[in-house]
Design a protein around this ligand. Structure first.
Ligand SMILES: Nc1ncnc2c1ncn2[C@@H]1O[C@H](COP(=O)(O)OP(=O)(O)O)[C@@H](O)[C@H]1O
Ligand SMILES: [Mg+2]
Length: 385
């Protein structure tokens, strides 16, 4: 088949984050810690799908009817509460592949063509009998625009209409994950069988999540590790806990001494979580508008943090540019055999490259400006003091 789903969506070009990804599910409901109500709702969804397969496949009703055959679920909840992992676990329980569509990416890259690609995604999922998962689908699940002035709004409405249409004739399972439960388009509401709410974990659940993130036998833990204390100290999501565990392990491995004696201690978990929370603060805070921070000292601290953040961003950009550059080079070498289409892609890539460079240059200027600002503020402080 010439059009792998990847080629369909990228036209052979891949970015830093895939738009669609076929996953052979590995994680099951054993890997997830959920409140009883969420678990019950998921079990109910599973039972619906199984009965659905019986009615439509074994009892042959799919051959007699061509619409209204699919099952759509909506997973709603804050980031990091296990929506993605549960979509995978559901596919695992059904012994099907999971086709993950990152709707936000799809939309942002393909203005004018998204509808076509949405239809292609559905066809591919039907062909592979995969569970179709629209991750981060807040934009589609939301209401359609009522005044259709801007091209963007027309485009968004067109996509939603195509989606609703595809949903009507798609015979399989579709899951939408959103961060906002509210404000769902009523037309979606009608086609969605079950809404499943993902909530922030309570202290018991958090304790179990800390444990489930480690290997029961292989992960070496210090005798001082106390998951209950961590669960009580940090009312954070499962996603944050996962990231804290990974950071803790990294911090533990760089301590001096032979590897065989290294253990993850409580202090590593604490530091790991502190880093996760600090990273989030940097992301969510504007440098200047926090009224609770002290005068210039607070601003300086946040400027320094902001600089770190910019540096990180710059690193990512540089990596992305490198891979784009490589891609351009390899496209160029294939060029003679693939003709005009390639030329178009090259131009597109070159444009991305240039705008990426511009962005990088801007970041560099910000960095320089921030450094100068910090230096002069420090000077001012010394003079005052
Ligand atoms: N309830 C949970 N139980 C166990 N692990 C969890 C839970 N929620 C999140 N995690 C961990 O955090 C990671 C990110 O969660 P994810 O499913 O992507 O959240 P969401 O899709 O809701 O943003 C998961 O891969 C898993 O390791
Ligand atoms: Mg997710």
């Amino acid at each position: 088949m010439a059009e792998s789903i990847r080629d369909l969506l990228f036209g052979g070009v891949s970015g830093d984050r895939d738009l669609v990804e076929a996953i052979e599910p590995r994680r099951s409901f054993d890997d997830v810690v959920l409140p009883a109500t969420t678990l019950r709702a998921l079990n109910h969804a599973l039972a619906l799908v199984r009965k659905h397969d019986l009615i439509f496949d074994k009892w042959g009703l799919a051959e007699r009817h061509s619409s209204g055959l699919g099952l759509a679920f909506h997973f709603a909840g804050p980031p990091g509460t296990g929506k993605t992992i549960c979509a995978e676990a559901l596919a695992y329980a059904l012994d099907k592949k999971l086709l993950v569509v990152r709707y936000a990416e799809l939309e942002s890259r393909w203005v004018g063509q998204t509808s076509k690609h949405v239809a292609a995604v559905f066809r591919s999922a039907a062909r592979q009998d995969a569970v179709l998962f629209f991750d981060e689908a807040d934009a589609i699940a939301g209401r359609r625009f009522t005044s259709i002035g801007a091209a963007y709004e027309r485009e968004a409405n067109a996509i939603v209409n195509v989606l609703l249409h595809e949903l009507e004739s798609f015979p399989g399972v579709v899951i939408f994950a959103t961060n906002l439960a509210a404000n769902i388009d009523p037309a979606f509401e009608r086609r969605i069988r079950t809404h499943i709410l993902f909530e922030m974990p309570d202290v018991e659940e958090r304790e179990r999540i800390w444990r489930v993130q480690l290997h029961a036998r292989k992960t070496p833990l210090g005798p001082d590790v106390d998951f209950r204390a961590l669960a009580e100290a940090y009312p954070r999501s499962g996603g944050d806990i996962k990231n804290a565990v990974l950071k803790a392990a990294q911090i533990a491995t760089v301590e001096p001494g032979p590897d065989s004696e290294k253990r993850i201690h409580q202090r590593h978990f604490i530091q790991g979580m502190a880093e996760v929370m600090a990273a989030e603060n940097v992301m969510s805070q504007s440098l200047f508008d926090d009224p609770t921070a002290g005068p210039i000292g607070g601003v300086m601290e946040r400027l320094a943090e902001g600089q770190e953040e910019l540096r990180g961003e710059l690193g990512v950009l540089v990596e992305r540019l490198d891979s784009l550059e490589q891609r351009v080079r390899s496209l160029a070498s294939e060029h003679s055999s693939r003709g005009v289409e390639l030329e178009r892609q090259q131009v597109q890539l070159a444009e991305t490259l240039v705008s990426g460079r511009r962005h990088r240059d801007r970041v560099l200027i910000y960095l320089a400006a921030a450094s100068a600002l910090i230096a002069s503020a420090a000077l001012a402080l010394t003079l005052i003091g």
